[in-house]
Design a protein around this ligand. Structure first.
Ligand code: ADP
Ligand code: MG
Length: 338
């Protein structure tokens, strides 16, 4: 048998990339979350060839100082947590310090960033190795360009679905994150064509209108409730406006889009007999909770979280939705729809 030896940094980054960066939509999600963590108010995403040829994410956030660019692309290097206590009290979308190193391991990356100085920095990476860094003109913020995704991991390329499906996955994740951040003006472009543009004026109904269209946004109903641990707010479709899958139920926990079957079921339970079999509502459910009650360190992509008091939260959501639907005008409307 061969001797045991430590893997090179590049190889271990490539292995990590296998977990975090599954497809073009994963790149978009990670870069978008970084832009949000950097307190951006304006973010633009542009992609070519379903993201395989190029993905650009441009933000007006804090930027990265030139002497920290190497660290930003080093695995397990992050500005977001520092000790064990922080790990159980995560207030940002990122914290694992893996995304940039992973993305750079499987693509060509160019970064242009300015953290507030007279000029900024431009750097280039290929398969995880820095090729160049120089001073460059840039406005405050960061622009990351990812080219030739998976060019050095052909197995991953083969596993991808059709361009149409990969584009749909990009749109889906950007839509859901947009719904979580109505304060951020987000633009998503496919080869110069606008797929999504939100105003960034903080109005959730208008964001729903940008994502799902005006006629749906007009049929959405606000709800709100809280207990000692949770605050839930959001918009739900009136009875009669349904879809044939659960995919239109978006759950955002402290701004993080999560997959959670039990909470989605709690949403549907709120409709009671108003929901026919195999009909699913459209809903944006925003949950605010003390980060101490959430363990986000469950899965590399952080789409699943472990939540204390999930049953209590489910009940709160169900009750909040059923009271919102019980309001007189909604009932009248529902009858009018029959
Ligand atoms: P994480 O987000 O988990 O910290 P990343 O690999 O995604 O790990 O990013 C590494 C670090 O690079 C971040 O902690 C942050 O300090 C910096 N960074 C990444 N993207 C941006 C951005 N768009 N604006 C400002 N800083 C960024
Ligand atoms: Mg990140």
């Amino acid at each position: 048998m061969a001797q045991i030896h430590e893997l090179s940094v590049n190889l271990s980054n490539q292995i990590a990339a296998g977990e975090v960066i599954e497809r073009p939509a994963s790149v978009v999600k990670e870069l978008l979350e970084n832009a949000i963590d950097a307190k951006s108010t304006r973010i633009r995403i542009d992609f070519i060839d379903a993201g395989l040829k190029q993905i650009i994410v441009q933000d007006n956030g804090t930027g990265i100082p030139s002497d920290q660019i190497d660290l930003a692309f080093t695995r397990h290097a992050t500005s977001k947590i520092s000790n064990e206590h922080d790990l159980f009290n995560v207030g940002t979308l990122g914290f694992r310090g893996e995304a940039l190193a992973s993305i750079a391991a499987v693509s060509h990356v160019e970064i242009l960033t300015n953290s507030g100085g007279a000029s900024g920095t431009r750097a280039e990476f290929a398969a995880g190795v820095k090729k160049a860094q120089e001073e460059a003109a840039a406005t405050k913020g960061t622009q990351i360009t990812v080219k030739d995704l998976f060019y050095n991991t052909p197995a991953r390329l083969k596993y991808l679905r059709s361009p149409r499906t990969e584009i749909m996955k990009i749109v889906d994740i950007v839509n859901r994150i947009a719904l979580g951040y109505p304060d951020i003006a987000l633009t998503l472009m496919n080869e110069g064509r606008v797929l999504l543009r939100t105003a960034g004026n903080g109005n959730l109904q208008q964001t729903v209108s940008s994502v799902y269209g005006r006629s749906i946004a007009e049929k959405m109903l606000p709800f709100k409730s809280s207990d000692n641990d949770f605050e839930v707010t959001g918009l739900i479709s009136k009875p009669g406006l349904t879809r044939s899958t659960r995919n239109f139920i978006s759950i955002l926990l402290n701004g993080r889009y999560i997959n959670n079957f039990q909470l989605a079921t709690a949403v549907m339970d709120g409709y009671g007999t108003n929901l026919a079999a195999k009909h699913y509502p459209i809903a944006v459910i925003k949950i605010k909770v003390d980060p101490l009650l959430v363990d986000v360190n469950v899965h590399p992509t952080k789409k699943e979280v472990r939540l204390s008091k999930e049953t209590e939260l489910s009940r709160l959501i169900t009750n909040a939705i059923s009271s919102a639907l019980l309001a007189k005008d909604v009932q009248a409307d529902a009858i009018g729809n029959l």
